[in-house]
Design a protein around this ligand. Structure first.
Ligand code: HDD
Length: 704
């Protein structure tokens, strides 16, 4: 167990209810004598209307569901803390970013399109929302695991969501973008091209919520104590690295364990393996606002790290699971409009639109304007204002005064400016403009950064994008939609379009479709507009490939494939080598229950080849021992191995077990470790550190 920092949210602890050793009561605290029988006229007679105990119970039950979030309905969350580690006072007066300050946080990860009960492994963007309970009120950084977005203006958001959600006539498909309406919308919105590259990449199928990056997406503003502004982009960098699963694996995980990510986060925290992320910022001086080939207000653009490197300013640690899913996760209300002194908005039109939507949806979803008083949403520094009454009011405002200005309360609650204290002040910005509904032509380069993303991927990552696009478009029934998308892909990269086209039996059109152009010209009458020369052609930070000498196997799960008579010492040696590196071993055998090793010692087996799936593990080890001959005849074991091999995972065999590789479809490569040829423990660990040997996919796709 790692040491837990003390900083937690006292509002949660203050409101915890512990039922142990307590008598059952009604909601009014009246002790209940009989919780089994309704009140009747005779034990076979009709029920009576005076049964206040039954009514109390059912009235509550009948109202136990609230509307799920219209997007990001499925989420997993945890408490933790953020520690500021760098001096950024030159840029921002935000007190929680003062070096050394520790601030409690609540973080919620989510999928976007699926309903609340949908699978974790859907191909989708992941939400990454952090609520900082700062000493100057709550600050919400409501981001995603992808640094760009589909659209540039909030006006299009309901349309985007309607297009990706299940189709309204038959409510299919669930948690999937692979259908006509989504791709129809995309085919008419070339501004989504960059985002599409990310969503079709492996970023959209993370290995774990603990292994994904987070991004504020928009450009925000830091404001320092002298009122000077600096543009800022936020990035969360996971300490465990950024990793994905394979698409075939994702589909299988969805069947075996649709709570895979939720369970992984929960268990890691329960086991003391607290996930951590560094917070990085890219700082852009105000005078550089117009310096780049792209517009920093355009949410479909990144700022390549080659242009502006990340400055790490703090670390977030998640170290406590919620006590109650509904009270904490479901009732948490995030809002990018909640900023604290020292942080402000940029004029990104998507961000500007978000500032309305979140408050509005919380008012509806959580039943009125007092959702701030729910324990999970309450600011820790207290709130003092004259906003009174409303459904579900919890606070009890003392005294006769609920207006401002007043003399009866000495002007309290007072405005910060009246006493020379720091309150939130909007950054002063000169604006000289006409009131228009228009889009700046500086937003019209839809393809350059999509190309940058594609060209920055490893060859295997590029293949995955091609396969994902082929999969998705193959589910689209209308040929014209596929063609329009292929034309967009052709603007991004010719080879990409051709390969996807080949898989679909189509030749990608050279030019954008007339309909696509027609819609694009609504925003940019001279569309297409020649893009400016790009500053960066390839960006390393965009690829997830683990660099040589980097990577960790911390918290990875290794399946030990055993059976009766397996060598205890072979198991123990590998187990201790892995545990030293922070990984864990899970024994899998033909049957659950007691298993006896070669030395007569026993262990309890919880998972068998039949009841468990290879997709739930990161790597595989078959120790030596008498079990080898039984495993050779066990088709479920062979399937386990083959699937792990197909998904490019590290697989190792102790001496004597190596013949099992031949029974399966496995051939020696850099991530297949044979004790006779390799340094069993070290080479296995080194292969695991690389996460996957994706290069294996091409020459040897396994029939598993
Ligand atoms: Fe949003 C939820 C992230 C654009 C309207 N959004 C929501 C959540 C995340 C994001 C992580 C879940 C919060 C939670 O865990 O409770 N949204 C984004 C990002 C965007 C974005 C990174 C673009 C950069 N969103 C966006 C726009 C609008 C919304 C343009 C509307 C104009 N989003 C909502 C919402 C949700 C929401 C409808 C649904 C539930 C909620 O707010 O609390 O208001």
């Amino acid at each position: 167990m790692k040491k837990q920092k003390s900083s937690q949210n006292p509002n949660i602890d203050k409101n915890l209810i512990d039922n142990s050793n307590k008598i059952l009561t009604t909601n009014d605290g009246v002790p209940i004598h009989d919780n089994n029988n309704t009140l009747k006229a005779g034990n076979r007679g009709p029920s009576l209307q005076q049964d206040h105990i039954y009514f109390d119970k059912l009235m509550h039950f009948d109202r136990e569901r609230i509307p799920e979030r219209v997007v990001h309905a499925r989420g997993s969350a945890a408490h933790g803390f953020f520690e500021a580690t760098a001096d950024v006072s030159e840029y921002t007066s935000a007190k929680f970013l003062k070096k050394g300050t520790v601030t409690p946080v609540f973080t919620r990860f989510s999928t976007v399109a699926g309903f609340k009960g949908s699978t974790d492994l859907a191909r989708d963007v992941r939400g990454f929302s952090v609520k900082f309970y700062t000493e100057e009120g709550n600050y919400d950084l409501v981001g995603n695991n992808i640094p760009v977005f589909f659209i540039q203006d909030a006006m299009n958001f309901p349309d985007l969501v309607h297009a990706v959600k299940p189709e309204p006539n038959n409510e299919m498909p669930q948690a999937a973008s692979a259908h006509d309406t989504f791709w129809d919308f995309i085919s008419l919105m070339p501004e989504s091209a960059h985002m599409i590259m990310w969503v079709m990449s492996d970023r959209a199928i993370p290995r774990s919520l603990r292994m994904m990056e987070g991004f504020g997406v928009h450009t925000f503003k830091f404001v320092n104590k002298d009122g000077k502004g600096t543009f800022v982009k936020f990035h969360w960098r996971p300490k465990l690295g950024t990793h994905s699963v394979a698409w075939n694996e994702a589909q299988k995980i969805s069947g075996f364990n649709s709570d895979f990510h939720r369970q992984d986060l929960w268990e890691a925290i329960e086991e003391g393996n607290y996930p951590q992320w560094d917070l990085g910022v890219q700082l852009i001086p105000e005078e550089d606002e117009l310096k780049y080939s792209f517009d920093i207000l355009d949410p479909t653009k990144i700022i390549p790290e080659e242009l502006i490197p990340l400055k790490i300013i703090g670390t977030m640690t998640l170290n406590r699971n919620p006590e109650n899913f509904f009270a904490e996760n479901e009732q948490s209300a995030f809002d990018p409009g909640r900023v604290v002194p020292g942080i402000d908005f940029s004029n990104d039109p998507l961000l500007q639109g978000r500032i309305f939507s979140y408050m509005d949806t919380q008012n509806y979803r959580l039943g009125g304007p007092n959702f701030h008083e729910l324990p999970i949403n309450r600011p820790l520094n207290g709130k003092h204002n004259n906003q009174k009454d409303g459904f579900g009011k919890v606070d009890i405002l003392k005294g006769a005064v609920s207006y401002f200005p007043n003399s009866k309360m000495d002007g309290c609650p007072y405005q910060a400016m009246l006493r020379g204290e720091q309150g939130f002040e909007s950054h002063k910005e000169k604006i000289k403009a006409e009131k228009v509904r228009e889009r700046s032509d500086s937003f019209a380069d839809h393809f350059s950064q999509a190309t940058l993303f594609f060209n920055s991927q490893s060859p295997e990552e590029q293949d995955h994008i091609i396969n994902a696009l082929s999969f998705e478009l193959s589910k689209v029934k209308e040929a014209k939609i596929r063609e329009r998308v292929l034309a967009i892909l052709n603007q991004i990269e010719g080879k990409l379009a051709k390969k996807v086209g080949d898989n679909l039996g189509l030749t990608p059109p050279k030019e954008l479709d007339e309909l696509t152009l027609k819609f694009a010209r609504q925003n940019h009458p001279n569309y297409p507009i020649k893009p400016k020369k790009q500053e960066v052609k390839k960006s390393e930070a965009l690829s997830m490939k683990v660099k040589d000498g980097e990577g960790t196997i911390e918290t990875r799960k290794v399946a030990f494939l055993i059976d009766e008579g397996a060598s205890k010492s072979s198991v123990d040696k590998m187990k201790s080598a892995l545990e030293k590196e922070g990984a864990s071993a899970v024994m899998i055998a033909s049957k659950v229950g007691k298993l006896t090793f070669d030395d007569g010692s026993t262990t309890e087996i919880q998972h068998s080849y039949l009841t468990e799936a290879s997709v739930c593990y990161d790597a595989f080890f078959t120790p030596e021992g008498k079990h080898v001959k039984d495993l050779a005849k066990n088709p479920d074991y062979i399937h386990f191995l083959n699937e792990g091999y197909r998904h490019c995972k590290a697989i190792s065999f102790a001496k004597g077990a190596e013949e099992l590789a031949k029974k399966a479809f496995i051939e020696k490569d850099a991530a297949v470790i044979f004790e006779s040829k390799d340094d069993l423990h070290n080479d296995f660990i080194a292969a695991m550190k690389k996460h996957r040997l994706w290069e294996r996919e091409k020459p040897r796709k396994v029939p598993a």
